[in-house]
Ligand binder design. Structure first.
Ligand code: PGA
Length: 247
């Protein structure tokens, strides 16, 4: 990581999971109000569920308007159809898109059923570029320091591509499936280079089991062994964490 300007990410430490989720939702709501045609990068997983619940509430009760918002999701399991309950497209519909006034045509999630991943991933990159690039990207962090499905060892300049999931990731994500054997072994993920091109990044990390990954991300020298540590090379990253995730 020579010749890079390192930045210490801003840390917003909230007392508990609920206040961290609210804080992250407020940051997104504010950004949407400032730029109604904002391009958002969105994440799935257990972490952002409560944050999305707040965004839905703000849409309903505080007239937060998504009508001109565009979104690009970070990743999708390869081989899962969009209506599979564990697909990330289904997650987004259930937790956010079905409850707000975003134009479905403006929501993008990689296609898990693509027959031509190389072409599809190149097109995904090109769609992001044509939308003007991602203004605000939401991230979660894996126990092994992954961001999106960029597992340890992913290149800092990697782009959207197919990746083999780490054993660790398959094990942790098995909780969402009927059995560990049902978890796909491959996914399409935005690359680290793609993520680092976002203008602003919010990393939401909740819970004591994320503390070690958060510590490595912000305290250790940037290395592809902990993909989240590469966020130190980006000038506008905010970690929104609960107390447990930094204890
Ligand atoms: P989680 O996943 O929100 O389900 O903990 C985060 C991640 O693996 O990036």
């Amino acid at each position: 990581m020579d010749n890079q300007t390192m930045t210490t990410p801003t840390m917003l430490v909230c007392p508990d999971a609920e206040s961290a989720s609210l804080k992250a939702a407020e940051l997104f709501a504010e950004a949407i109000r400032v730029k109604p045609n904002i391009v958002l990068g969105l994440a799935t997983g257990g972490t952002p569920v409560a944050m999305y619940r707040h965004l839905v509430r703000m849409h309903r009760n505080e007239s937060l308007d998504f009508s001109r918002v565009h979104s690009f999701n970070l990743d999708e399991y390869l081989g899962l159809p969009p209506d599979h309950p564990q697909s990330y497209r289904a997650f987004m519909q259930k937790n956010l898109f079905d409850h707000i006034n975003i134009d479905p045509a403006n929501t993008h999630v990689p296609d898990g059923l693509t027959k031509d991943p190389e072409r599809h991933t190149a097109e995904y990159e090109s769609l992001i570029r044509r939308a003007g690039g991602i203004d605000l990207q939401l991230l979660g962090i894996g126990h092994n320091g992954h961001i999106a499905f960029n597992e340890p060892g992913s290149a800092a300049d990697s782009r959207t591509r197919v990746i083999e999931l780490a054993e660790d990731t398959i094990r942790f994500n098995a909780r969402f499936f009927d059995s560990i054997d049902a978890v796909p072994h491959q996914a399409i993920t935005m690359g680290i280079g793609t993520i680092l091109q976002s203008r602003q990044i919010v990393m939401l990390a909740i819970g004591a089991d994320k503390a070690e990954a958060v510590r490595r991300a912000v305290k250790e020298a940037p290395s592809i062994e902990c993909p989240a540590s590469l966020l130190q090379t980006h000038p506008h990253v905010t970690f929104v964490v609960d107390q447990a995730a930094v204890s």
